[in-house]
Structures are given as C-alpha cells and as structure tokens.
Design a binder for this molecule. Structure first.
Ligand code: KG4
Ligand code: ZN
Length: 320
C-alpha cells in the first residue's frame, strides 16, 4: 500500500491507498475551528498543530485500514505548494517513516493531488479531460492529457474562487471556512435578489476581486437588522456569480479544446450549486474535494519513487 501524508494548509491528513487505487483509509483532522477566531489560517499556529496531530492521524489511518507499517511499500507526501512550515511537518514525518523502514518516498505536488482525487476506485476518470481546479489557494483550468501531463489553460488574476467564498462569508458575518457556510445559507435565499458582476477578463483566466468589492458595498448600505434579513439573498446572489463565472469559463474551455469530458476538483467542487449547474461534469467525490491525503497517495501511483536515502535532502516549496 501507499501511505499518503498531506499537511500543506490547515488539514492534517493521512491515507492508505493500494497500488491499484483502492482507498483503504482516509483520515482528515481539520484545524478550521482553531483558526476560525482569526478569520483565516495562521501559518505558525497551523505548523504547531500539524506537529501535535501528525502521528495520531497516521496511526488512525493504519487502524482504519486494519494494517501496520509492514503493509506500507511507499510513502507519498505533499511537497508543495502551501504554507512552508506546515509542509515541512508532513515532509519530515514522511522522511522519518520511509527512512526507518528503508522505503522509497514519492514527493507529490498538491495540485496534481487534487486532480488525482478523480482516479480512485470504483470510478476512476481516465485522461484526457478538461479539469477545473478550484480551491482556497487556486483557480485553474487544466488540460489533463495523461496521468502525468497537464497544461495550464487559465488561472485567476487575483483571488481564488475559494478565497472569494471565504472573504464573502467574512463580509456576511459567517464563519470560516466560508464556502460551506455560504453554500448552506444560499439555499434559503433568492439568487436574483442582487446583480453581482463578475469581471470578464480575456482568454480563459478568472478574476474575483471586483465581486468581493461589490458585496462589500451592498453590505455597507444595509443596517444590522436589514443585513440579517437579506443575508441569505446576498449569499445566494454572491454564490450564483461565482458559480456562473466558473461554469461559463469551463464550457468555453471545452469548446476551445474540443475535450468532451470535463471534471471539477478542489474545495469549491464541493459546492452544491456548482455541481448542479454542471450535470455533465465528473465531480471529485465529496469527501475528496477539500484537502486530504487519499488524493496525494493516488497521484503517487503515477509518479517516480525516490529510493532510500536520496529523499533525505528533499525540501518543501511554498510556490512554484
Ligand atoms: O482544496 P481545499 O481544501 O484547500 C486548498 O487547497 O485551498 O479548499 C478549501 C476551499 C475554501 O476556500 C472553502 O471555503 C472552499 O474550498 N469550500 C467551498 C465549499 N466547501 C469548501 N466553497 C464553496 N462551497 C462549498 N461547499
Ligand atoms: Zn487543496
């Protein structure tokens, strides 16, 4: 089996996946509550929490799979991009386990991991396909040509889609992370109540910063009581604008590339309106949309392993 480890942001995660893509265990310990009072992830707090949790989370994954480290043939770990201190905790844990048992180690790019969330049994999506990766840190259109090759067709020029959800939620006085909160509240609101504009930028890129400003102005015009009464309408209209921008660009990209299969991955792919508005798209399984280690182990199946002891000098990267 492959032991996957992921600590790039505020989820401490470990998973066990077989070489043919069966998920045997998937443990995710979210630190969201810890960071909620700051309204976002505090990097130093995240690193320290990863350090406290990583052993427990790996142990729990082994228990869930009813296995011991004897069953692990390779260790896969997120090398970047992400918070550097957080990444280093996972990387050090992976190196220590691999080194102590003389196992090979597979460094995995977090974005490749999100795409690989589509490749687990029982319904793996075979490349080529067009993929929207929308998370708290990234919004990208990818032409996924094979299990190892992808081309970037478009990206955000400012905020990521998940960031737009999180910042919008903060303006509406909702909790962190905001995507799920807006998703939930929007069900009780009218998406046509407010006409929020989404910038149309050239090519296949995205822009969400203007939308956030439009929400800010709308909120400022309301008193506290009015805001409470209109919160669901604001959430529904704001979500509609983000979902439209993502869905339209994805369809444009499909026309341009001629790809007939499209997929959505990343935390924002958990959004119920986005999933509903793209019935033809393959969405990552709900539990594998937000950060997890199953997708990291999944990606490792097509990546080269570094033999012992070559990986001991491996470093993490915050960005490419
Ligand atoms: O993939 P992910 O866990 O972490 C990154 O790699 O960034 O994505 C987290 C993002 C957050 O911005 C969160 O608000 C958003 O995904 N998110 C959602 C939903 N669930 C999570 N956004 C919209 N609707 C959701 N249901
Ligand atoms: Zn992610």
């Amino acid at each position: 089996m492959i032991l996957g480890i992921e600590t790039s942001c505020d989820e401490t995660a470990a998973a066990l996946v077989t070489e043919n893509g069966e998920l045997r265990a998937n443990v995710v310990s979210s630190q969201a509550e810890l960071h909620a009072r700051y309204g976002g992830v505090v990097p130093e707090v995240a690193s320290r929490r990863h350090l406290e949790l990583i052993d427990l989370v790996i142990r729990e994954a082994l228990e869930e799979a009813e296995a011991t480290l004897d069953a692990v043939d390779r260790v896969a770990v997120t090398q970047g991009p992400g918070l550097i201190g957080a990444l280093l905790v996972g990387l050090a844990a992976a190196k220590a386990i691999a080194w102590s048992r003389r196992l090979p180690l597979v460094p995995v790019d977090h974005l490749d991991g999100h795409v690989a969330s589509l490749w687990l049994e029982p319904d793996p999506l075979e490349p080529p396909f067009l993929c929207l990766l929308a998370s708290g840190g990234h919004t990208m259109l990818l032409d996924v040509r094979s299990h190892t090759e992808r081309e970037l067709l478009g990206t955000t020029l400012d905020d990521a889609a998940g960031e737009a959800f999180d910042k919008g939620a903060r303006l509406l006085g909702l909790g962190y992370p905001g995507g799920r909160e807006i998703d939930r509240l929007a069900r009780d609101g009218d998406p046509r109540a407010y006409a929020f504009p989404v910038a149309r930028v050239p090519g296949l890129d995205f822009s969400f910063s203007g939308l956030k400003t439009a929400l800010l102005y709308a909120v400022r015009e309301l008193g506290p009581a009015e805001l409470a009464a209109r919160r669901a309408d604001l959430a529904a209209s704001y979500q509609r604008a983000i979902v439209r921008a993502l869905a339209e660009r994805l369809q444009e990209a499909a026309e341009r590339t001629g790809r007939d299969r499209i997929a959505i991955v990343g935390g924002v792919a958990a959004n119920s309106e986005l999933r509903a508005s793209l019935p033809e798209a393959v969405a990552a399984p709900l539990p594998l949309c937000t950060d997890n280690a199953a997708m990291i182990a999944s990606a490792a199946r097509w990546r080269e392993s570094l033999p012992y002891p070559r990986y001991l000098a491996l470093d993490a990267y915050a960005s490419r």
